[in-house]
Design a protein around this ligand. Structure first.
Ligand code: C5P
Length: 239
């Protein structure tokens, strides 16, 4: 994979105009843009269509979590929108994941719609060991839970997981080279950590097994964002 294909730029803006402006600014440097809950709630499918209209790909980061029928129907809508990748919560359970993965395969056969990459969120990184045990009543350690949910996702036919760069190595060694790992929490050594507590550099994340890096402020908050992207691409070259 080329360096540019590994970078997903997060469109963490509140509205359609700002988002499209951002895509236009970065379109020569970035091939995949992440549309999250805030932007999608504000701008709807039109923003996805218009990013596609510029020849770019979309990672639809809506983290579906509902009963199997609702998730699979929403997944089919996402696939028909033509998104490159989208995600759901593995905590929604095996049946939800399996039926969704199966429905996507069936759709791509029947309607010749390209099958989007389906990625699971295991444990949100905002959940710490305390919240896992005392709030959610999950009585195993964080790594065990992440590993368990990643395994469940793989068995259900998902393409990979969103993971912190720190978990990437464990996931890569346990679930094989074809299981995709998408990592946010990326900070080059020259960028501010912001609110990311356990960020790793782009090179370190790739070395540990990440396929895709989700990057936001490490680029967008730089005085020269295009230059920042070029530096990141340079850093991950050859890994
Ligand atoms: O911190 P940064 O600006 O690079 O964040 C980029 C994107 O990654 C944001 O959309 C954020 O929601 C997402 N994300 C994250 N950390 C996680 C999970 C998702 O930064 N653990």
């Amino acid at each position: 994979m080329e360096e540019k294909d590994r970078i997903i730029l997060a469109l963490d803006v509140a509205g359609y105009d700002e988002a499209l402006e951002m895509v236009k600014t970065f379109q020569d440097q970035v091939h995949i843009f992440k549309v999250g809950l805030e932007l999608f709630t504000a701008a709807g499918p039109r923003i996805v269509d218009d990013i596609h209209g510029l020849g770019k790909k979309v990672f639809l980061d809506l983290k579906f979590h509902d009963i199997p029928t609702t998730v699979l129907k929403s997944a089919l809508v996402a696939a028909r929108l033509g998104v490159y990748m989208f995600n759901l919560h593995a905590m929604g359970g095996f049946e939800m994941m399996k039926r969704t993965a199966d429905a996507l395969s069936e759709l791509s056969l029947k309607e010749n719609v390209p099958r989007p990459k389906l990625i699971a969120v295991t444990v949100l990184t905002s959940i710490d060991q305390y919240a896992l045990r005392d709030e959610l009543s999950v009585n195993v350690g964080m790594t065990t839970q992440v590993k368990h949910l990643a395994g469940l996702s793989q068995r259900a036919g998902l393409d990979g997981v969103v993971a912190s760069p720190e978990d990437a190595e464990m996931i890569r060694s346990r679930f094989g080279k074809d299981f995709l790992i998408v990592t946010p929490g990326i900070r080059p050594h020259w960028a501010s950590a912001d609110d990311q507590k356990r960020a790793l550099t782009p090179r370190e994340a790739i070395k540990r097994g990440a396929d895709y890096l989700v990057i936001g402020r490490a680029v967008t908050a730089q005085p020269d964002p295009i230059q920042a992207l070029k530096r990141i691409e340079e850093e991950i070259k050859g890994f």
